[in-house]
Ligand binder design. Sequence first.
Ligand code: UD1
Ligand code: MG
Length: 452
Amino acid sequence: MINKIVLLVALILVYVSRNSSAVWASVGFGLIGYVFSDWLIPRVGDSFIKIGLFGKDLSKPGKPIIPETIGAVTATVYIFTMLFCIPFIFYKDMVVTTSGGGHRDISITENGTSNGSFFPHNKLSEFLSAVLCLQTTTMIGIADDLFDLRWRHKVFLPAIAAIPLLIVYYVDFGVTYVLVPNFLQKWVNGRTTVNLGSLYYVYMAAMSIFCPHSINILAGVNGLEVGESIVLGILAVFNDALYLLFGPEVSHESHKLSIIIIAPFIGVSYALWKWNRWPAKVFVGDTYCYFAGMVFAVVGILGHFSKTMLLIFVPQIINFLYSCPQLFHIVFCPRHRLPRFNEKDGLLYPSTADLVENPPKKFFIPILKLLGSLNLIRLEYVDNGKKDTIKSCTNMTLINLTLVWFGPMREDKLCNKILMINFIIGIIAILTRHLIGTLLFGTDNLRPITAF
Ligand code: UD1
Ligand code: MG
Protein backbone atom coordinates (compact mmCIF):
# COMPACT_ATOMS: atom_id res chain seq x y z
CA MET A 1 0.00 0.00 0.00
CA ILE A 2 2.78 2.44 1.02
CA ASN A 3 4.69 1.62 -2.15
CA LYS A 4 1.57 2.41 -4.22
CA ILE A 5 1.32 5.85 -2.57
CA VAL A 6 5.05 6.40 -3.19
CA LEU A 7 4.52 5.46 -6.84
CA LEU A 8 1.63 7.91 -7.15
CA VAL A 9 3.72 10.73 -5.62
CA ALA A 10 6.54 9.79 -8.01
CA LEU A 11 4.29 10.06 -11.07
CA ILE A 12 2.96 13.45 -9.89
CA LEU A 13 6.54 14.71 -9.43
CA VAL A 14 7.59 13.51 -12.88
CA TYR A 15 4.51 15.20 -14.41
CA VAL A 16 5.04 18.45 -12.48
CA SER A 17 8.71 18.59 -13.56
CA ARG A 18 7.61 19.41 -17.14
CA ASN A 19 6.79 22.92 -16.07
CA SER A 20 9.26 23.38 -13.27
CA SER A 21 12.71 21.95 -12.54
CA ALA A 22 14.16 18.68 -13.90
CA VAL A 23 15.24 18.03 -10.31
CA TRP A 24 11.66 16.98 -9.52
CA ALA A 25 11.75 14.42 -12.33
CA SER A 26 14.88 12.86 -10.83
CA VAL A 27 13.29 12.80 -7.35
CA GLY A 28 10.23 11.15 -8.91
CA PHE A 29 12.40 8.57 -10.68
CA GLY A 30 14.29 8.05 -7.41
CA LEU A 31 10.99 7.02 -5.79
CA ILE A 32 10.15 4.74 -8.75
CA GLY A 33 13.65 3.22 -8.45
CA TYR A 34 13.03 2.64 -4.74
CA VAL A 35 9.69 0.88 -5.30
CA PHE A 36 11.06 -1.28 -8.12
CA SER A 37 14.24 -2.28 -6.22
CA ASP A 38 12.23 -3.03 -3.09
CA TRP A 39 9.99 -5.33 -5.15
CA LEU A 40 12.85 -6.98 -7.06
CA ILE A 41 15.45 -7.66 -4.33
CA PRO A 42 13.54 -10.32 -2.35
CA ARG A 43 12.55 -12.03 -5.62
CA VAL A 44 16.05 -12.54 -7.03
CA GLY A 45 17.85 -13.87 -3.93
CA ASP A 46 17.30 -17.59 -4.68
CA SER A 47 18.57 -17.22 -8.25
CA PHE A 48 21.74 -15.58 -6.95
CA ILE A 49 22.32 -18.42 -4.48
CA LYS A 50 21.70 -20.99 -7.26
CA ILE A 51 24.57 -19.63 -9.35
CA GLY A 52 26.90 -19.45 -6.36
CA LEU A 53 26.55 -15.75 -5.49
CA PHE A 54 26.18 -16.09 -1.75
CA GLY A 55 28.18 -15.29 1.37
CA LYS A 56 28.33 -16.40 5.00
CA ASP A 57 27.00 -13.89 7.50
CA LEU A 58 30.00 -14.14 9.81
CA SER A 59 28.43 -12.26 12.73
CA LYS A 60 25.45 -14.56 13.26
CA PRO A 61 25.10 -17.85 15.12
CA GLY A 62 25.79 -20.71 12.68
CA LYS A 63 27.04 -18.29 9.98
CA PRO A 64 23.97 -18.59 7.70
CA ILE A 65 24.30 -18.26 3.94
CA ILE A 66 22.57 -15.35 2.20
CA PRO A 67 22.61 -13.98 -1.38
CA GLU A 68 25.57 -11.74 -2.23
CA THR A 69 26.16 -9.15 -5.03
CA ILE A 70 22.59 -7.85 -4.71
CA GLY A 71 24.16 -4.42 -5.30
CA ALA A 72 24.19 -5.48 -8.98
CA VAL A 73 20.37 -5.31 -8.91
CA THR A 74 20.47 -1.87 -7.31
CA ALA A 75 23.05 -0.56 -9.77
CA THR A 76 21.11 -1.93 -12.75
CA VAL A 77 17.84 -0.38 -11.57
CA TYR A 78 19.73 2.90 -11.04
CA ILE A 79 21.21 2.86 -14.55
CA PHE A 80 17.78 2.08 -16.11
CA THR A 81 16.25 4.85 -13.98
CA MET A 82 18.83 7.32 -15.26
CA LEU A 83 18.13 6.31 -18.86
CA PHE A 84 14.36 6.75 -18.36
CA CYS A 85 15.12 10.14 -16.80
CA ILE A 86 16.79 11.55 -19.91
CA PRO A 87 13.68 12.69 -21.84
CA PHE A 88 12.30 14.36 -18.71
CA ILE A 89 15.53 16.09 -17.74
CA PHE A 90 15.97 17.52 -21.22
CA TYR A 91 12.28 18.03 -21.87
CA LYS A 92 12.48 21.81 -21.84
CA ASP A 93 15.50 21.85 -24.11
CA MET A 94 14.07 19.62 -26.76
CA VAL A 95 13.46 21.40 -30.01
CA VAL A 96 9.84 21.14 -30.95
CA THR A 97 9.87 23.72 -33.72
CA THR A 98 12.62 25.03 -35.95
CA SER A 99 12.49 27.41 -38.87
CA GLY A 100 11.96 24.36 -41.05
CA GLY A 101 13.62 23.10 -44.22
CA GLY A 102 16.22 21.31 -42.18
CA HIS A 103 17.59 24.64 -40.85
CA ARG A 104 18.46 24.65 -37.21
CA ASP A 105 19.24 28.36 -37.03
CA ILE A 106 16.26 29.27 -34.88
CA SER A 107 14.81 26.92 -32.34
CA ILE A 108 11.71 27.13 -30.25
CA THR A 109 11.70 25.05 -27.12
CA GLU A 110 8.73 23.62 -25.29
CA ASN A 111 8.82 26.40 -22.69
CA GLY A 112 8.27 28.92 -25.45
CA THR A 113 11.73 30.47 -25.62
CA SER A 114 13.03 31.19 -29.09
CA ASN A 115 16.55 32.37 -28.60
CA GLY A 116 18.39 30.67 -31.37
CA SER A 117 20.08 28.29 -28.93
CA PHE A 118 20.10 24.61 -29.71
CA PHE A 119 19.78 21.49 -27.68
CA PRO A 120 22.54 21.45 -24.99
CA HIS A 121 24.60 18.54 -26.31
CA ASN A 122 27.30 19.35 -23.77
CA LYS A 123 24.85 18.72 -20.91
CA LEU A 124 23.69 15.49 -22.49
CA SER A 125 27.29 14.32 -22.96
CA GLU A 126 27.96 15.09 -19.27
CA PHE A 127 24.95 13.01 -18.32
CA LEU A 128 25.81 10.13 -20.66
CA SER A 129 29.44 10.08 -19.52
CA ALA A 130 28.16 9.71 -15.95
CA VAL A 131 25.93 6.78 -16.94
CA LEU A 132 28.73 5.14 -18.95
CA CYS A 133 31.17 5.52 -16.08
CA LEU A 134 28.73 4.00 -13.57
CA GLN A 135 27.88 1.18 -15.96
CA THR A 136 31.58 0.30 -16.38
CA THR A 137 32.14 0.54 -12.62
CA THR A 138 29.24 -1.87 -12.07
CA MET A 139 30.86 -4.30 -14.54
CA ILE A 140 34.14 -4.09 -12.62
CA GLY A 141 32.29 -4.71 -9.35
CA ILE A 142 30.49 -7.77 -10.75
CA ALA A 143 33.81 -9.13 -12.03
CA ASP A 144 35.25 -8.67 -8.55
CA ASP A 145 32.32 -10.45 -6.89
CA LEU A 146 32.50 -13.32 -9.40
CA PHE A 147 36.25 -13.84 -9.43
CA ASP A 148 37.39 -12.25 -6.14
CA LEU A 149 40.03 -10.16 -7.97
CA ARG A 150 43.37 -9.53 -6.25
CA TRP A 151 43.79 -6.03 -4.81
CA ARG A 152 46.81 -5.29 -7.00
CA HIS A 153 44.72 -6.09 -10.09
CA LYS A 154 41.56 -4.25 -9.20
CA VAL A 155 42.87 -1.17 -7.46
CA PHE A 156 43.34 1.04 -10.57
CA LEU A 157 40.39 -0.26 -12.62
CA PRO A 158 37.91 2.49 -11.53
CA ALA A 159 40.19 5.13 -13.11
CA ILE A 160 39.57 3.50 -16.51
CA ALA A 161 35.82 3.79 -15.93
CA ALA A 162 36.36 7.51 -15.22
CA ILE A 163 38.01 8.30 -18.60
CA PRO A 164 34.74 9.54 -20.23
CA LEU A 165 34.20 11.90 -17.28
CA LEU A 166 37.70 13.34 -17.52
CA ILE A 167 37.33 13.89 -21.27
CA VAL A 168 34.03 15.72 -20.77
CA TYR A 169 35.61 17.78 -17.98
CA TYR A 170 38.53 18.66 -20.27
CA VAL A 171 36.34 19.67 -23.20
CA ASP A 172 33.54 21.44 -21.32
CA PHE A 173 35.19 22.96 -18.27
CA GLY A 174 38.92 22.44 -18.28
CA VAL A 175 39.62 24.44 -15.12
CA THR A 176 42.76 23.04 -13.49
CA TYR A 177 43.66 25.77 -11.03
CA VAL A 178 43.10 25.69 -7.30
CA LEU A 179 42.73 28.56 -4.85
CA VAL A 180 45.70 29.16 -2.56
CA PRO A 181 44.85 29.88 1.09
CA ASN A 182 45.88 33.40 2.24
CA PHE A 183 48.58 32.12 4.58
CA LEU A 184 50.29 30.15 1.78
CA GLN A 185 50.19 32.90 -0.85
CA LYS A 186 53.59 34.30 0.10
CA TRP A 187 55.16 30.99 -1.00
CA VAL A 188 53.75 31.35 -4.54
CA ASN A 189 54.67 35.01 -5.17
CA GLY A 190 51.37 36.30 -3.81
CA ARG A 191 49.28 34.47 -6.40
CA THR A 192 45.73 33.59 -5.34
CA THR A 193 45.52 30.56 -7.63
CA VAL A 194 47.90 27.85 -8.79
CA ASN A 195 47.41 25.99 -12.05
CA LEU A 196 47.90 22.27 -11.50
CA GLY A 197 47.51 21.45 -15.21
CA SER A 198 47.53 17.73 -15.94
CA LEU A 199 48.12 17.03 -12.22
CA TYR A 200 44.51 18.07 -11.67
CA TYR A 201 43.41 15.20 -13.94
CA VAL A 202 45.63 12.83 -11.98
CA TYR A 203 43.93 14.10 -8.83
CA MET A 204 40.45 13.48 -10.29
CA ALA A 205 41.45 9.99 -11.47
CA ALA A 206 42.81 9.32 -7.96
CA MET A 207 39.47 10.42 -6.54
CA SER A 208 37.64 7.95 -8.80
CA ILE A 209 39.91 5.22 -7.42
CA PHE A 210 39.66 6.32 -3.81
CA CYS A 211 35.88 6.77 -3.42
CA PRO A 212 34.85 3.22 -4.47
CA HIS A 213 37.60 1.46 -2.51
CA SER A 214 37.11 3.62 0.58
CA ILE A 215 33.50 2.44 0.89
CA ASN A 216 34.58 -1.17 0.32
CA ILE A 217 37.04 -1.09 3.23
CA LEU A 218 34.61 0.52 5.66
CA ALA A 219 32.44 -2.60 5.48
CA GLY A 220 31.65 -5.87 7.19
CA VAL A 221 28.73 -4.93 9.46
CA ASN A 222 25.16 -5.49 8.27
CA GLY A 223 23.84 -2.31 6.65
CA LEU A 224 27.06 -0.33 6.88
CA GLU A 225 28.12 -0.03 3.21
CA VAL A 226 24.65 1.06 2.10
CA GLY A 227 24.02 3.12 5.23
CA GLU A 228 27.22 5.15 4.83
CA SER A 229 26.44 5.68 1.13
CA ILE A 230 22.99 7.02 2.00
CA VAL A 231 24.54 9.30 4.64
CA LEU A 232 27.08 10.56 2.07
CA GLY A 233 24.21 11.12 -0.39
CA ILE A 234 22.23 13.13 2.16
CA LEU A 235 25.31 15.22 2.99
CA ALA A 236 25.96 15.92 -0.69
CA VAL A 237 22.34 16.99 -1.21
CA PHE A 238 22.58 19.19 1.92
CA ASN A 239 25.61 20.90 0.38
CA ASP A 240 23.72 21.28 -2.93
CA ALA A 241 20.75 22.79 -1.10
CA LEU A 242 23.05 25.36 0.54
CA TYR A 243 24.32 26.40 -2.89
CA LEU A 244 20.87 26.50 -4.46
CA LEU A 245 19.55 28.63 -1.58
CA PHE A 246 22.51 30.92 -0.92
CA GLY A 247 25.04 30.36 -3.69
CA PRO A 248 25.59 32.42 -6.82
CA GLU A 249 23.47 31.75 -9.93
CA VAL A 250 26.46 30.30 -11.84
CA SER A 251 26.80 27.43 -9.38
CA HIS A 252 23.13 26.38 -9.64
CA GLU A 253 23.45 24.22 -12.77
CA SER A 254 26.16 21.99 -11.33
CA HIS A 255 24.36 21.54 -8.02
CA LYS A 256 21.13 20.68 -9.81
CA LEU A 257 23.07 18.06 -11.79
CA SER A 258 24.41 16.75 -8.50
CA ILE A 259 20.87 16.29 -7.10
CA ILE A 260 19.72 14.75 -10.40
CA ILE A 261 22.42 12.08 -10.07
CA ILE A 262 22.14 11.56 -6.31
CA ALA A 263 18.34 11.52 -5.75
CA PRO A 264 17.75 8.27 -7.71
CA PHE A 265 20.85 6.84 -6.01
CA ILE A 266 19.36 7.47 -2.56
CA GLY A 267 16.06 5.91 -3.73
CA VAL A 268 17.54 2.61 -4.91
CA SER A 269 20.00 2.50 -2.01
CA TYR A 270 17.25 2.92 0.58
CA ALA A 271 15.48 -0.14 -0.86
CA LEU A 272 18.74 -2.11 -0.64
CA TRP A 273 19.35 -0.91 2.91
CA LYS A 274 15.94 -2.27 3.97
CA TRP A 275 17.13 -5.77 2.98
CA ASN A 276 20.76 -5.41 4.03
CA ARG A 277 20.30 -3.87 7.49
CA TRP A 278 20.56 -6.04 10.57
CA PRO A 279 19.66 -8.93 10.45
CA ALA A 280 20.73 -8.91 6.79
CA LYS A 281 18.67 -10.86 4.26
CA VAL A 282 21.11 -10.03 1.45
CA PHE A 283 24.71 -8.84 1.03
CA VAL A 284 25.47 -5.94 -1.26
CA GLY A 285 28.79 -7.23 -2.64
CA ASP A 286 31.73 -5.24 -3.93
CA THR A 287 29.55 -4.25 -6.90
CA TYR A 288 27.53 -1.91 -4.70
CA CYS A 289 30.58 -0.45 -2.91
CA TYR A 290 32.28 0.44 -6.20
CA PHE A 291 29.09 1.73 -7.79
CA ALA A 292 28.22 3.87 -4.75
CA GLY A 293 31.72 5.32 -4.42
CA MET A 294 31.79 6.15 -8.11
CA VAL A 295 28.47 8.03 -7.89
CA PHE A 296 30.21 10.53 -5.61
CA ALA A 297 33.33 10.73 -7.76
CA VAL A 298 31.10 11.42 -10.79
CA VAL A 299 29.19 14.15 -8.98
CA GLY A 300 32.38 15.72 -7.63
CA ILE A 301 34.03 15.78 -11.06
CA LEU A 302 31.05 16.81 -13.21
CA GLY A 303 29.72 19.21 -10.59
CA HIS A 304 33.18 20.83 -10.35
CA PHE A 305 33.33 20.49 -6.58
CA SER A 306 35.56 17.46 -6.17
CA LYS A 307 37.41 19.05 -3.22
CA THR A 308 34.19 19.74 -1.30
CA MET A 309 33.06 16.20 -2.13
CA LEU A 310 36.19 14.82 -0.49
CA LEU A 311 35.26 16.74 2.67
CA ILE A 312 32.17 14.61 3.21
CA PHE A 313 34.41 11.56 2.80
CA VAL A 314 36.42 12.56 5.91
CA PRO A 315 35.43 9.41 7.90
CA GLN A 316 36.34 7.21 4.91
CA ILE A 317 39.64 9.11 4.52
CA ILE A 318 40.39 8.61 8.22
CA ASN A 319 39.54 4.90 7.88
CA PHE A 320 41.87 4.63 4.89
CA LEU A 321 44.77 6.42 6.61
CA TYR A 322 44.23 4.37 9.76
CA SER A 323 44.18 1.19 7.62
CA CYS A 324 47.37 2.04 5.71
CA PRO A 325 49.77 -0.04 7.86
CA GLN A 326 47.65 -3.12 7.12
CA LEU A 327 46.83 -2.21 3.50
CA PHE A 328 50.53 -1.79 2.71
CA HIS A 329 51.45 -4.95 4.67
CA ILE A 330 53.56 -3.22 7.31
CA VAL A 331 51.30 -4.95 9.82
CA PHE A 332 49.66 -8.30 8.97
CA CYS A 333 46.26 -7.87 7.28
CA PRO A 334 43.92 -10.89 7.63
CA ARG A 335 41.46 -11.64 4.77
CA HIS A 336 38.62 -10.28 6.93
CA ARG A 337 38.97 -7.42 9.38
CA LEU A 338 35.30 -7.30 10.40
CA PRO A 339 34.64 -7.52 14.17
CA ARG A 340 34.64 -10.87 16.00
CA PHE A 341 31.21 -12.25 16.86
CA ASN A 342 30.77 -13.86 20.26
CA GLU A 343 27.97 -16.43 20.06
CA LYS A 344 27.60 -16.51 23.89
CA ASP A 345 26.43 -12.92 24.35
CA GLY A 346 25.57 -12.06 20.71
CA LEU A 347 27.87 -9.04 20.78
CA LEU A 348 30.67 -7.87 18.48
CA TYR A 349 34.22 -7.47 19.81
CA PRO A 350 37.23 -5.93 18.06
CA SER A 351 38.90 -8.48 15.77
CA THR A 352 42.66 -8.91 15.95
CA ALA A 353 45.65 -9.61 13.72
CA ASP A 354 47.99 -12.34 14.93
CA LEU A 355 51.47 -10.79 15.14
CA VAL A 356 53.37 -13.81 16.44
CA GLU A 357 53.21 -15.85 13.22
CA ASN A 358 53.24 -12.70 11.09
CA PRO A 359 55.42 -10.14 12.88
CA PRO A 360 55.13 -6.48 11.82
CA LYS A 361 58.03 -4.62 10.15
CA LYS A 362 60.59 -3.83 12.88
CA PHE A 363 60.53 -0.05 12.43
CA PHE A 364 56.79 -0.07 13.08
CA ILE A 365 56.85 -1.81 16.48
CA PRO A 366 57.45 1.43 18.48
CA ILE A 367 54.65 3.11 16.48
CA LEU A 368 52.32 0.20 17.30
CA LYS A 369 53.19 0.61 20.99
CA LEU A 370 52.58 4.36 20.75
CA LEU A 371 49.19 3.78 19.07
CA GLY A 372 48.42 1.28 21.84
CA SER A 373 49.28 3.77 24.58
CA LEU A 374 47.07 6.40 22.87
CA ASN A 375 44.19 3.88 22.88
CA LEU A 376 44.05 3.98 19.07
CA ILE A 377 44.53 0.20 18.95
CA ARG A 378 44.44 -2.48 21.61
CA LEU A 379 47.58 -4.59 21.98
CA GLU A 380 48.07 -7.96 23.58
CA TYR A 381 51.58 -9.02 24.66
CA VAL A 382 53.08 -12.54 24.76
CA ASP A 383 54.16 -11.89 28.32
CA ASN A 384 51.93 -9.16 29.70
CA GLY A 385 54.35 -8.50 32.56
CA LYS A 386 57.33 -7.67 30.29
CA LYS A 387 55.40 -6.10 27.41
CA ASP A 388 58.15 -6.56 24.83
CA THR A 389 56.76 -9.04 22.25
CA ILE A 390 53.39 -8.07 20.79
CA LYS A 391 51.04 -11.05 20.41
CA SER A 392 48.22 -9.32 18.53
CA CYS A 393 46.71 -5.94 17.74
CA THR A 394 43.15 -4.98 16.91
CA ASN A 395 42.56 -4.60 13.18
CA MET A 396 42.92 -1.00 12.06
CA THR A 397 39.43 -0.03 10.90
CA LEU A 398 37.06 2.60 12.27
CA ILE A 399 34.65 -0.26 13.01
CA ASN A 400 37.10 -1.94 15.39
CA LEU A 401 38.19 1.41 16.83
CA THR A 402 34.55 2.17 17.70
CA LEU A 403 34.45 -1.13 19.60
CA VAL A 404 37.78 -0.38 21.33
CA TRP A 405 36.44 2.99 22.50
CA PHE A 406 32.82 2.17 23.30
CA GLY A 407 33.08 -1.51 24.25
CA PRO A 408 31.38 -4.57 22.72
CA MET A 409 27.95 -4.02 21.20
CA ARG A 410 25.28 -5.61 19.03
CA GLU A 411 25.79 -5.39 15.27
CA ASP A 412 22.88 -3.00 14.57
CA LYS A 413 23.92 -0.64 17.40
CA LEU A 414 27.48 -0.58 16.04
CA CYS A 415 26.26 0.19 12.53
CA ASN A 416 24.00 3.01 13.75
CA LYS A 417 26.78 4.49 15.87
CA ILE A 418 29.21 4.58 12.93
CA LEU A 419 26.55 6.09 10.65
CA MET A 420 25.79 8.75 13.24
CA ILE A 421 29.51 9.60 13.60
CA ASN A 422 29.78 9.74 9.78
CA PHE A 423 26.81 12.11 9.56
CA ILE A 424 27.99 14.45 12.34
CA ILE A 425 31.55 14.66 10.95
CA GLY A 426 30.12 15.33 7.46
CA ILE A 427 27.86 18.17 8.63
CA ILE A 428 30.72 19.72 10.62
CA ALA A 429 33.04 19.39 7.58
CA ILE A 430 30.57 21.12 5.22
CA LEU A 431 29.75 23.96 7.63
CA THR A 432 33.41 24.45 8.52
CA ARG A 433 34.32 24.57 4.83
CA HIS A 434 31.89 27.45 4.28
CA LEU A 435 32.52 29.22 7.55
CA ILE A 436 36.29 29.27 7.30
CA GLY A 437 36.33 29.54 3.48
CA THR A 438 36.52 33.32 3.77
CA LEU A 439 39.29 33.15 6.37
CA LEU A 440 41.43 30.84 4.26
CA PHE A 441 40.76 32.14 0.77
CA GLY A 442 39.39 35.64 1.41
CA THR A 443 36.22 34.57 -0.40
CA ASP A 444 33.62 31.82 -0.34
CA ASN A 445 30.94 30.93 -2.80
CA LEU A 446 28.11 30.92 -0.23
CA ARG A 447 27.72 34.65 0.34
CA PRO A 448 25.04 34.96 3.06
CA ILE A 449 26.61 32.20 5.15
CA THR A 450 30.05 33.76 5.10
CA ALA A 451 28.56 37.13 5.95
CA PHE A 452 28.92 36.34 9.62
C1 UD1 B 1 36.68 -5.77 2.72
C2 UD1 B 1 37.67 -5.57 3.88
C3 UD1 B 1 37.64 -6.78 4.81
C4 UD1 B 1 36.22 -6.95 5.33
C5 UD1 B 1 35.26 -7.13 4.16
C6 UD1 B 1 33.83 -7.19 4.66
C7 UD1 B 1 39.84 -4.49 3.82
C8 UD1 B 1 41.18 -4.46 3.22
N1 UD1 B 1 39.01 -5.42 3.34
O1 UD1 B 1 37.20 -6.87 1.96
O2 UD1 B 1 38.52 -6.55 5.88
O3 UD1 B 1 36.16 -8.11 6.15
O4 UD1 B 1 35.39 -6.01 3.25
O5 UD1 B 1 32.90 -6.85 3.72
O6 UD1 B 1 39.51 -3.71 4.69
N2 UD1 B 1 30.30 -9.99 5.58
C9 UD1 B 1 29.59 -10.26 6.74
N3 UD1 B 1 28.71 -9.32 7.18
C10 UD1 B 1 28.50 -8.14 6.52
C11 UD1 B 1 29.22 -7.88 5.34
C12 UD1 B 1 30.11 -8.83 4.89
O7 UD1 B 1 29.76 -11.31 7.33
O8 UD1 B 1 27.68 -7.34 6.96
C13 UD1 B 1 31.22 -11.02 5.06
C14 UD1 B 1 30.47 -12.09 4.29
O9 UD1 B 1 31.09 -13.32 4.52
C15 UD1 B 1 30.65 -11.65 2.86
C16 UD1 B 1 32.03 -11.06 2.91
O10 UD1 B 1 32.13 -10.41 4.18
O11 UD1 B 1 30.57 -12.74 1.96
C17 UD1 B 1 32.25 -10.03 1.83
O12 UD1 B 1 33.58 -9.68 1.84
P1 UD1 B 1 34.23 -9.00 0.56
O13 UD1 B 1 33.38 -7.83 0.16
O14 UD1 B 1 34.54 -9.99 -0.49
O15 UD1 B 1 35.58 -8.48 1.19
P2 UD1 B 1 36.55 -7.36 0.61
O16 UD1 B 1 35.78 -6.29 -0.04
O17 UD1 B 1 37.64 -8.01 -0.16
MG1 MG C 1 33.69 -5.86 -0.16
